[in-house]
Ligand binder design. Structure first.
Ligand code: PLP
Length: 434
C-alpha cells in the first residue's frame, strides 16, 4: 500500500512535500480521485439519458469547479452568488441550475432574469419564488423545474435530513395544488421534478425516493421530461462505513424509468446532483502536531493540532468522524486509520488550536470528545485528517481566533503539486474593517 488509504494516490511523501512547500495547515486535494468519482457518476446506468450536476457548495474552489466541469458535469448552485462564482470560473450559465432558499429582489432579481435568458435553469423551491418568477417566465416562455418536499428525508444526522417536516426545503406536497394553480394561471410548465432528501443518508432511502418521486411525477406533472433525484450519495470516510453503490442505484432507477415509459409512453431523462460523492474522498487537511497534553490518570490524552474547527467544522456540526493519519516531517507514514497498524494501546482526543471547547476533530454525535485509537505522534509530526474534500474548506468558520484561511493545493495526476488558493494574509483579514 503506497498511499495513505486504499482509495487514493496520495502518499506520505506527497503530504510532507506539500507541508514543506506551502506550510501547514493546508488542504490537499487529489485530482485523480476527483476524476475517478466524476467518471463513476457519468457512467451511472440510466434509461434515457443522464445529467450529473456537481453541487458546488461541497467545495467551490475555482480550480475544482473547472476540473469537474471539464469532466462533463454541470453545476447545482445554492445561491445566486454561487451562480456568479461558477460563471466567473468559466462554467457557462446553461450548465448551471439554481436551487435556493433565497428570494431575489431588486438588482439581484434582474440579474437572475438576465442569467435565465442565457440558459440558467431555475428550480422553484417555494410559492413566493414561483409568484415572483411567473410573469417573467411567462413572457419569455421559459420552462421551470420544481423542487418538491416529499415529507420524508434521510441524512447522516438530523440536521442534514432535508426531507422531513423539520426542514423547509422545496415546495411541500401540501402546497402542490397552489403551485400548480399558479403555474396554470401563467401558462407555465414544470418540465423537471426535483427532490433532494438530504446528505450522507442511508442508500436504501435514496432508492425508496426514486419510487416516491416517480409516483408524484406521474400523478401531478404531465409535462415533466426530466427527473432529478438530488444528491446525498454517501461516501465511506471511515473504515467499515457503508458507501452508496452508484451502479446498483443506477440500475434500479433505470428499471423504474423504463417501467414508467411502458405505462405512460414518456421517456424521462435522469439528473443526479452529487456534491460529497465527487470531492469528499479527495481531500486531506494537513496540520502539525503542536503539543501533547493529558488530563491525569482518570482523564485523557490530547493531541493539539495546528488546525481544527476553523478548517473542518463537520465534527462540531454533525459529530462526523474523519480518518486520521500520522506522517513524519520526512514523509514516513507512521499511522493510518486504514490497514492494521499497531497503536500500542494509545488513544487520544484530537483538538485544534482555537479557544473553544468544541474545537475537537473527534466528537461523538452528542458533541462529547471521543478518544480515538492511533499511534502516538511526536510533536512536529503531521496529523492528517482525511475525507476532507467536501464541506470543509467551503463551510468552515475559517477566521475564528483570527486564523487565516488556509491554502488549497491540488496534487495533479502528473504527480505535481499546484497551489490553487493562496493563504489569506493578515491584511486581507482586516482589509474591510473601517
Ligand atoms: C447539498 C445539495 C446537494 C448535494 O448533497 P451531497 O450530500 O453533498 O451529495 C444536492 N442537491 C441539493 C439541492 C443540495 O442542496
Amino acid at each position: 500500500m503506497g498511499g495513505l488509504n486504499p482509495f487514493g494516490a496520495v502518499t506520505g511523501a506527497d503530504i510532507a512535500a506539500a507541508a514543506r512547500e506551502y506550510g501547514a495547515p493546508l488542504y490537499l486535494y487529489d485530482e485523480a480521485t476527483i476524476v475517478a468519482q466524476c467518471g463513476a457518476m457519468l457512467s451511472m446506468p440510466n434509461a434515457y439519458g443522464l445529467t450529473v450536476r456537481y453541487a458546488m457548495k461541497a467545495n467551490s474552489s475555482r480550480a475544482l469547479l473547472q476540473l469537474i466541469n471539464q469532466q462533463g458535469l454541470q453545476i447545482d448552485a445554492s445561491s445566486l452568488m454561487e451562480v456568479r462564482r461558477a460563471n466567473l470560473a468559466g462554467v457557462p450559465l446553461d450548465n448551471i441550475m439554481l436551487t435556493t432558499q433565497e428570494v431575489q429582489r431588486g438588482e439581484d432579481e434582474q440579474e437572475l432574469q438576465r442569467m435565465m435568458l442565457q440558459g440558467l435553469k431555475f428550480n422553484v423551491c417555494s410559492l413566493l419564488q414561483l409568484r415572483r418568477i411567473a410573469p417573467f417566465a411567462q413572457q419569455q416562455g421559459i420552462d421551470l423545474s420544481i423542487r418538491l418536499h416529499p415529507g420524508v428525508g434521510s441524512g447522516e444526522s438530523a440536521s442534514r435530513n432535508t426531507g422531513d417536516h423539520y426542514s423547509c426545503f422545496g415546495v411541500h406536497l401540501s402546497d402542490l395544488e397552489r403551485a400548480q394553480a399558479l403555474a396554470q394561471e401563467f401558462g407555465l410548465r414544470f418540465t423537471q421534478v426535483h427532490v433532494h432528501i438530504g446528505s450522507g443518508g442511508d442508500p436504501q432511502k435514496w432508492q425508496e425516493n426514486i419510487d416516491r418521486e416517480l409516483e408524484l411525477l406521474e400523478r401531478h406533472f404531465a409535462e415533466a421530461r426530466s427527473v432529478s433525484f438530488g444528491g446525498g450519495l454517501k461516501v465511506a470516510r471511515m473504515p467499515g462505513e457503508l458507501e452508496a453503490d452508484v451502479e446498483q442505484l443506477g440500475l434500479y432507477a433505470k428499471q423504474r424509468i423504463q417501467e414508467f415509459y411502458h405505462r405512460t409512453s414518456r421517456k424521462l431523462r435522469m439528473e443526479v446532483e452529487p456534491g460529497t460523492f465527487i470531492v469528499a474522498g479527495s481531500g486531506y487537511i494537513l496540520t502539525e502536531v503542536l503539543d501533547k497534553k493529558s488530563t491525569g490518570d482518570q482523564g485523557f490524552q490530547f493531541i493539539v493540532a495546528g488546525g481544527g474547527m476553523e478548517l473542518n467544522a463537520r465534527p462540531l456540526l454533525y459529530g462526523s468522524q474523519h480518518p486520521f493519519y500520522i506522517v513524519s516531517p520526512e514523509g514516513e507514514l507512521r499511522w493510518s486509520e486504514f490497514g492494521d497498524m499497531p497503536t500500542n494501546g494509545y488513544e487520544a482526543i484530537v483538538v485544534g488550536h482555537c479557544c473553544e471547547s468544541g474545537d475537537a476533530q473527534s466528537l461523538d454525535d452528542s458533541g462529547r470528545a471521543l478518544p480515538r485509537p492511533m499511534r502516538e505522534p511526536e510533536v512536529g509530526d503531521l496529523l492528517v485528517i482525511g475525507g476532507a474534500g467536501a464541506y470543509c474548506a467551503s463551510m468552515a468558520p475559517f477566521n475564528y481566533n483570527s486564523h487565516l484561511q488556509a491554502p488549497e493545493v491540488l496534487l495533479q495526476q502528473d504527480g505535481r503539486l499546484r497551489l490553487i488558493r493562496r493563504r489569506q494574509s493578515l491584511l486581507q483579514l482586516v482589509e474591510n474593517e473601517l
